[in-house]
Design a protein around this ligand. Structure first.
Ligand code: GTP
Ligand code: MG
Length: 298
């Protein structure tokens, strides 16, 4: 194709702002996991969208917050690295919660960043109009946003307009990915993410934050099905018991929902084997960082 354009858009914001939901809405298919809990996304993932002759590389990033653990620091670093050198930064704000600590701190950091910026006020479906206008005025008085968009990543309201604007802002150049590719993530990583999404959806309190999912074995069988062995890492014995649930029922439920999701992702019949392993210090294990696409931070 001639006259194509292609560029990167870093989607940054506080935890739970709806960044991953927005990336999925822009791509038109689910590539990133979503949950009602904060800190769902742990590393950068590119969602690839096309609009006319433009290819949009949407960099979904972990929410930016005041980090404490090594894992948190690695996540926040991954988010800011995603923004570095992007053609555009889209700052996504949960309009319902507005500028609380995390969003305010990000807004302040954005003031000095050289990349062009857009303000995206998300969750308009649950926010009053007057509040939206107040938030837009507040943010624009502090940082130089090229434009402000009001969207609902959930209902799709305003998403087409935002997508058109993103496409128009992309620099001319060849596409970076084949036209049918939707993400840079490997199928293996996406499968592990689907299981992690169920941990976020089905387990509560500290458990999601104390766990990780690793792929142990991935075997394509002759009958066209795939046998996948994944390991759920937790930090303590008591957490292992919670993941298993009574008579192993919780783990079964996580497994059956994840299996359906992975089957949909791969278009194949999937046999999913989940093992729960206690590894007290997995958040201090370099291999886990590498497998989940995070850099080790000292
Ligand atoms: N009502 C409403 N809810 C939304 C909207 N967009 C996202 N959500 C919800 O907000 C929650 C967080 O969404 P995510 O997409 O996981 O948010 P995120 O910014 O990627 O979060 P982290 O990865 O944890 O930083 C989920 O429960 C979504 O369903 C929206 O437009 N309207
Ligand atoms: Mg996310």
């Amino acid at each position: 194709m001639t006259d194509t354009s292609c560029g990167s858009i870093a989607i940054v914001g506080a935890p739970n702002a709806g960044k991953s939901t927005l990336v999925n809405a822009l791509v038109g298919q689910k590539v990133a996991i979503v949950s009602s809990k904060v800190q769902t996304t742990r590393t950068r993932l590119i969602g690839i969208a096309t609009e006319g002759s433009a290819q949009l590389l949407l960099i979904d990033t972990p929410g930016i917050f005041a980090p404490r653990r090594r894992l948190d620091r690695a996540m926040v670093r991954a988010a800011w690295e995603g923004a570095e050198g992007a053609d555009l930064i889209a700052f996504v704000v949960d309009a319902k919660t507005g500028f609380r600590d995390d969003a305010t701190a990000i807004l302040e950091s954005l003031i000095h960043r050289p990349e062009p910026k857009l303000l995206v006020l998300n969750k308009v479906d649950i926010t009053a109009k007057t509040r939206l206008l107040d938030l837009a005025a507040h943010a624009n008085s502090l940082a130089a946003f090229r434009d402000t968009y009001f969207v609902s990543a959930n209902t799709g309201d305003g998403v087409a307009e935002l997508k058109g604007a993103l496409a128009a802002a992309m620099p001319p150049g060849p596409w970076h990915f084949p036209e049918d590719q939707l993400t840079d993530a490997t199928t293996r990583l996406m499968a592990a993410e689907i299981t992690r999404e169920q941990i976020y959806n089905q387990l509560h309190a500290e458990l999601p934050y104390s766990s990780a999912v690793e792929t142990e074995k991935w075997e394509e069988r002759r009958d066209g099905s795939i046998a996948i062995h994944q390991q759920i890492l937790v930090e303590r014995d008591s957490q292992r018991a919670i993941v298993l649930g009574k008579s192993g029922n919780r783990l079964k439920e996580i497994g059956s929902t994840a299996r359906a999701g992975i089957s949909e992702l791969t278009g194949k019949k999937v046999h999913l084997f989940l093992h729960v392993k206690v590894k007290e210090d997995w958040t201090e294990d370099r291999a886990v960082y590498r497998d989940s696409g995070l850099d080790w931070v000292d």
